[in-house]
Design a protein around this ligand. Sequence first.
Ligand code: AMP
Ligand code: MG
Length: 351
Amino acid sequence: MQKRPGNKFAMSIAGSMILLVAGAAVFWGYNAEKSKSHQSTTFVMDTLVTQTAYGPNAQAAMREVNIALADFEKRLTLFSKESDVARINLAAGRESVEVAPETAALIQQSVQLSQQSDNAFAITIAPLTMAWGVTTDSPRVVPPEEIQSLLELVDDSAVKIEGNRVGLERTGMALDLGGIAKGASCSLIQEIYFKNKVESGIVSIGGNIYVRGNKPDGSDFRVGFRNPYEGEMSYIASFSMPDKVMAVSGGYERFFEENGQRYIHIIDPRTGMPAVSDILSVGVVDQDGAVADFYSTTLFVWGKEKTLDFMRNGGSVIMLDQENTLYVSKSLEESFSMHDSAKDKYTLIFI
Ligand code: AMP
Ligand code: MG
């Protein structure tokens, strides 16, 4: 039989069509998977951790993050005798102890950072945080004489680190990494997201937010800043910060009251008293979560004027003061927007 010349041609067109349709389906499937969002919620370091991540590897990465965070807490907690930090504290004044390399590295970074805090930040604050017990079930007002003797134990220069061995020079000294740990854990999350090729996600750990990349459609994730006294969902402004961490500190969440006086969980190492600040809430944005967290606590203790100086020197900060003025670093201005409902109530100043 004679072949019609068009036959082969028609077949090859049909073949191409099938390939095209199949290709489109695969492409569509890939895109759908790439933009599919996955959620995970867990409770660690005394706070809620929520992850939203996109793409085919998101679930595996989030599971890995949850395991890593549990391990992170296990190394740093003060509530177990076996943690790296607890063992360092128990051996204070006697000997140094071998800890996980990650623990030693975080302590090293903390000690270096606290040198920049002008005595506002100290990981050796533990004797005082424990005495005040603000985050425990039995907080108490610590008498002045006791404060004075405990203050002698607050000294980050007496933390000795050699390789993975960490020691505290004097008996009674102790470490509390609560001011930096949550932010530091964001670096861990970042590492796991990168390793798993998660390109898109947003994580909240207490007051700290880590943003991975952009949304799958290319638009920015918006991070909200809220007035802590106006409820969980009352955001007054939002902005974007791809691949950065924002740590927020304030005296609104953890405190106790006695005789009309409020005592908060951040202790001023210069006085041994719970910090009294003219800042309501302060957020610091940095690539390094530990740095952001260190500064959020430090700036709160520093107060408004010194924080404004820090902003003038290039720090990326959002600060709300007691008079409803919101100070925002120019570095965040481009994507920054006030919510309509907040525009009349707050004064916005870019520094
Ligand atoms: P943050 O919420 O990041 O401001 O950290 C507050 C936590 O840091 C407290 O619950 C304590 O565990 C710890 N902390 C309190 N005061 C200080 C301080 N002056 N320097 C370092 N850490 C502190
Ligand atoms: Mg902090």
